[in-house]
Ligand binder design. Sequence first.
Ligand code: FE2
Length: 266
Amino acid sequence: MKVTDLGDFEDPILVFGGPYSNLQAFDALKAAARRLDIPAERIICTGDVVAYCADAEATAQAVREFGCAAVAGNCEKQLAERSEDCACGFDSSSQCSILARGWYAHALDQVSQDSRDWMASCPDIVVFTKEERRYAVVHGGLTDISRFIWPVSSDTAFIEEFSAVEEAVGSVDGIIAGHSGIPFVYNTEQRLWINAGAIGMPPNDGSPDTTYVTFDDQPRIHRLRYDFNATRQAMENAELTQGYHETLSTGLWPSEDSLPCIMRHT
Ligand SMILES: [Fe+2]
């Protein structure tokens, strides 16, 4: 297991998840960081740099060149090994799994050996300290990189993940994760679980905006506006028209069966 310790941060930091091959969203994220005066040294990605959208190789190169820390997501792990699927953790009959057969093949075809080598070098956990509180950044979970932790998950799920993380890196006051694509902050036994959401796909709330998180004394979820029409056009040009291209505009997932029933709109 690879661990990167970024040390202690005095100034604000930014955490974002899931660029998902969405180059326009990553450009907007960099612009937002500039406006907030947060350099790449204080920015962390929770993984899945490459996924649903069209610009897989360009986005991988852009994140790598930007120089922020990036935790390996299941997509990085699978692409680094040239595996046959994204291993997102859904049943093979689920809508998300069916749709993945389109974008994953496209990504596997685009991503260069250099980018795969970079993906293979990404850490499993990033740790840092902020305001005398120690945080660990993981992808889905540490018991399972593709574990979906939702705001409605059981306390047991959170406790299992804190135990696994603390066994790996020692005591932490909070965990920051990605993978599920839904941003939230959950307080469990005085400790925080924060999901930064994803910048590359909206969080199924009917808006095309995506999300990222900043930390000063407390985590704060921000909306990210970007040129989603350009991203959609790039997907259509690449014939990635199985459903996620529409999500960029509508803000609604084609794969609601991925979500716990209580979080679905239909
Ligand atoms: Fe993931």
